[in-house]
Design a binder for this molecule. Structure first.
Ligand code: PLP
Length: 401
């Protein structure tokens, strides 16, 4: 018998599980709303025109070789990524206080940052919002940090639980790490206002809490790269330290290329350079060095002002279409006299909507209309109350089940 015969079957990932069920459905009008990837009007994945152009440029360049990248990745990519998130004129970049390393998309950037902190930072607790992207608690726990949650979403208003957030961060131990979604919070679509961000910043700085931004949707929320980076830039402008994990999966449509960056803003250039030397020691035994292709695409676009401008136009078109789809959905629900208040659909930002449907209603949609969504109805999925069988520290369904 197999030496692995004792191994129990692991549960399906809650989101990927939706796709498995969807793939089995032979109905031609079926729709998969579980996947976090942009789709065209025809329901197909979209490759941006600028990405095609950048790839052409790369293919036609005979000087390009397939050598290993350095441990920290492609220099032009790293430079461009830091400018993109912190702003082209960021004093922190000019003062060489920022170290940026190319990582395996957003997930890999969070993981490298988490392992660095677990190894070198004195406070091992990271606070993540409740709810949050289901991978966050797993990434940080495996990185060696202890995960706690802060209140974020208020089901009564389908908005931000700002008082709860301030209270929980106010009660966090000095120095605790705080994971913040830079924009387009996943899965709620609820972001703090700039005023609220400023209050969060003040509170965090006064308590010495360490901000760790997860920026997976820059440009995708509002259509403006700068507007969507405002929260991060506020924290960098005060001169304090800050982590940022960037993903190009959504905003450049490079999902499968796994291209992202981790930046750490430090107080001095000397600290930044020592931090970078230690980041290399985290990366080297993990995957040695990052892949070349996706980072080359991004660097090509970021360096070429024509391609860059074209990218911003394509990005805005995606963001605007998402906003327009939200409007159309709301209007369609209202036109049919659907009971209840559905205005949260247009108030929420980014790719995800918390529909407010419960498990039974989602099952009905799937059974009757072949529309697939996360299993418990997005709103209930996180319980906003504890799930009885949940084993994760935050107690929400998505994080463990
Ligand atoms: N962070 C958040 C909040 C996300 O929603 C995602 C993707 O869905 C990611 C990070 C990272 O994705 P990737 O590793 O594909 O860049």
């Amino acid at each position: 018998s197999s030496v692995f015969s004792q191994i129990a079957r692991a549960p399906e990932d809650p989101i990927l599980g939706v796709t498995v069920a969807y793939n089995k459905d032979s109905d031609t009008s079926k729709l998969n709303l579980g996947v976090g990837a942009y789709r065209t009007e025809e329901g197909k994945p979209l490759v941006l025109n600028v990405v095609r152009q950048a790839e052409q440029k790369l293919v036609n360049d005979p000087s390009r070789v397939k050598e290993y990248l350095p441990i920290v990745g492609l220099a032009d990519f790293n430079k461009g990524s830091a400018k993109l998130i912190f702003g082209a004129d960021s004093p922190a970049i000019q003062e060489n206080r920022v170290t940026t390393v190319q990582c395996l998309s957003g997930t890999g950037s969070l993981r490298v940052g988490g392992e660095f902190l677990a190894k070198h930072y004195y406070e091992k607790t990271v606070y993540i919002p409740s709810p949050t992207w289901g991978n966050h608690p797993k990434i940080f726990t495996l990185a060696g940090l202890s995960v706690k949650t802060y209140r974020y979403y208020d089901p009564a208003t389908r908005g931000l639980d700002f008082q709860g957030l301030l209270e929980d961060l106010g009660n966090a131990p000095t120095g605790a790490i705080v994971l913040l979604h830079a924009c387009a919070h996943n899965p709620t679509g609820v972001d703090p206002t700039l005023d609220q961000w400023e209050q969060i910043r003040k509170l965090m700085r006064s308590k010495g809490l360490l901000p760790f931004f997860d920026s997976a949707y820059q440009g995708f929320a509002s259509g403006s790269l700068d507007a969507d980076a405002q929260s991060v830039r506020m924290f960098v402008a005060d001169g304090g330290e800050c982590f940022a994990a960037q993903s190009y999966a959504k905003n450049m449509g490079l999902y499968g290329e796994r291209v992202g960056a981790l930046s750490i803003v430090c107080k001095t250039a000397d600290v930044a350079s020592r931090v970078e030397s230690q980041l290399k020691l985290v990366i080297r035994p993990m995957y040695s060095s990052p892949p070349l292709h996706g980072a080359s695409i991004v660097a090509t676009i970021l360096k070429d002002s024509n391609l860059y401008n074209e990218w911003t136009v394509e990005l805005k078109a995606m963001a605007d279409r998402i906003i327009s789809m939200r409007k159309q959905l709301l209007e369609a629900l209202q036109a049919r006299g659907t009971p209840g208040d559905w205005t949260h659909i247009i108030k929420q930002i980014g790719m995800f909507t918390f529909t407010g449907l419960n498990a039974e209603q989602v099952a009905f949609m799937t059974r009757e209309y072949h529309i697939y969504m996360t299993s418990d109805g997005l709103e209930n999925q996180h319980g906003w109350s504890k799930f009885k069988d949940c084993t994760s520290s935050c107690g929400c369904y998505a994080c463990c089940c």
